[in-house]
Design a protein around this ligand. Structure first.
Ligand code: G16
Length: 543
């Protein structure tokens, strides 16, 4: 086995986005694209000599071959050990847990999350630090700098190890531990939730459907929901991970999890429905005839988390990304705990969690999580919901009605315009930015602008500052619209328009969200000229 040092030159487009580097699969497969980026990660974090790394991914097309390259490069760069999920599988939250549990120096997670997988679809890679969380902006910037200055990468010229069989292997002096990807994570869940109470729920005839969307959470859900908790066999559907996610789009929202929605809104629906995404960090919650928006889910979990043993002592504080609805803010206020508002991206929660300032965090993009790991966690959210349902004996719809009656309802929706040409998308944002000072006082679709700004964030823990994190327009009636360009797409630009309005009148809490937001939607289009600038009549995805 020899270590080869291969000369290379920088590749232009390796700037990480909201969550690592995501590109079309053929881009990653064209050597040395992956090799350059892996070497840049290693160099950007100051080298991996003597380090232990966790490596795993969501099983999408190219996952196994990419892991083979990463292991041979880690060995060639002097890493002491790599811990790899059997078959190259690790859900993102399970990888975060392993990094923390094994006190590893960090991890490489292979996923493009909710984006489709396959030879012509998407691939991604990100680095998580020793706290188990996504690299901070500062580390990400160092990695990016290394992609711009790279001159060579190191790789072992050898056969890799068989990651299909658990065991301990040696790769030119680097230990490779191939482990069961599920057991540690499932054990962690048992420490947080009342498994006996949830088991009793199922014994009593409670029915659920968990749609794993042919992605990584399937084996985790089979083990936890069916084997450990006794949900009926068949409660987990689409539970076998496939490299192209069964040809589907593993994004747990009402559009892409349509089958689950139809089941939950059909006759004889189960009591509870849930879905997770490609890498298992997102979740969707839906009761019988009752879809729960991610922002509402965060608010309900913040309100009732104390019903689960892991959170019985209460929450230190909560955090949400800026575009997430303000529903959780009122829960925090009622409980007298802090509520932080961060930019989009789970990496921004890491410092708050590490410093013990918050226990629960969440985002409108179907992500909720807690201090148990440093990633959002799909199955964790499902289990917390189950624990709350078991303790209260109420249905999802009844819990939502209770919540809105107490706190009011933040009608909320996100409209996505996907694969818009980059130039008009950038022009739209530029025009909005330029218009900000003149907006207050103006009226659009019957709503008057109170204030308008561009969100920036000063991290209260490390003092770092992040600017241009979304354009916000607040109306005098308390409604809000936010405009951002997504940082996770792989083709063109995705314009995200986040719409929100608080309603407290008792007889107006059960409206359709799009109808309740009709004036905010119209105002957003008038202010930003969405139709005019993008040429689109309607959003591609509404969540
Ligand atoms: C990632 C980030 C999330 C973010 C989401 C959408 O999630 O971790 O914090 O909310 O992307 O980001 P954007 O609006 O920039 O597309 P995931 O599940 O894709 O890893």
């Amino acid at each position: 086995m020899t270590v080869r040092t291969i000369p290379t030159t920088p590749i232009d487009d390796q700037r990480p986005g909201t969550s690592g580097l995501r590109k079309k699969t053929p881009v990653f497969m064209a050597s040395p694209y992956l090799e350059n980026y892996v070497q840049a990660i290693f160099d950007g974090i100051g080298g991996v000599a003597g380090q232990t790394l966790v490596v795993g991914g969501d099983g999408r097309f190219f996952n196994d071959r990419a892991i083979d390259v990463i292991l041979r490069m880690a060995a060639a760069n002097g890493a002491a050990a790599c811990i790899v999920g059997q078959g190259g599988l690790l859900s993102t939250p399970a990888a975060s847990h392993l990094i923390r549990k094994c006190k590893a120096d960090g991890g490489l997670i292979l996923s493009a999350s909710h984006n489709p997988g396959g030879p012509d679809a998407d691939f991604g890679l990100k680095y998580n630090g020793p706290n188990g969380g996504p690299a901070t902006e500062a580390v990400t910037e160092k990695i990016f700098t290394c992609t711009r200055t790279i001159t060579q990468y190191r790789i072992l010229d050898a056969d890799g190890v068989n990651i299909g069989i658990p065991g301990q292997y040696d790769l030119a002096g680097m230990r490779v531990d191939v482990i069961d990807p599920i057991a540690d994570y499932a054990d962690l869940m048992e420490t947080l939730f009342d498994f006996d109470a949830i088991r009793a729920l199922f014994v009593g005839g409670f029915r659920m459907r968990f749609d794993a969307m042919h992605a990584v959470t399937g084996p985790y859900a089979h083990e936890i929901l069916e084997n450990r908790l006794g949900a009926a066999a068949g409660s987990v559907v689409n539970g076998t991970p496939s490299p192209d996610f069964g040809g589907g789009h593993p994004d747990p929202n009402p559009i892409w999890a349509k089958d689950l929605m139809q089941t939950m809104y059909g006759t004889d629906a189960p009591d509870f429905g849930a879905a997770s995404d490609g890498d298992g960090d997102r979740n969707m919650i839906v009761g019988r005839n009752c879809y729960v928006s991610p922002s509402d889910s965060l608010a309900v979990l913040a309100d009732l988390a104390h019903l689960a043993p892991g959170y019985a002592g209460g929450l230190a504080g909560v955090a949400r990304s800026m575009p997430t609805s303000c529903a959780v803010d009122r829960v925090a206020k009622a409980k007298g705990i802090a509520c932080f508002e961060t930019p989009t991206g789970w990496k921004f929660f890491g410092n708050l969690l590490d410093a013990g300032k918050v226990t629960l965090c969440g985002e409108e993009s179907a992500g909720t999580g807690s201090s148990h790991v440093r990633e959002k966690d799909g199955l964790w959210a499902v289990l917390l919901w189950l624990n709350i349902l078991a303790q209260t004996g109420k249905s999802v719809a009844a819990l939502m009605a209770d919540h809105w009656a107490r706190y009011g309802r933040n009608y909320y929706s996100r409209h996505d315009y996907e694969e818009v040409d980059t130039d008009p998308a950038n022009a739209l944002m530029e025009q909005l930015r330029a218009a900000l000072p003149a907006l207050p006082g103006q009226e659009f679709a019957g709503l008057t602008v109170e204030r308008a700004d561009e969100f920036s964030y000063d991290d209260p823990v490390d003092g770092s500052s992040s600017t241009q994190q979304g354009i916000r327009i607040f109306f005098t009636n308390g409604a809000r619209v936010v405009f951002r360009l997504s940082g996770t797409g792989t083709a063109g630009a995705t314009l995200r328009v986040y719409l929100e309005r608080l309603e407290t009148a008792a007889d107006a809490l059960a409206q359709d969200a799009q109808e309740a937001l009709a004036d905010v939607i119209a105002a957003a289009d008038q202010i930003a000229g969405i139709r005019r600038l993008t040429g689109r009549d309607a959003p591609d995805v509404i969540t």
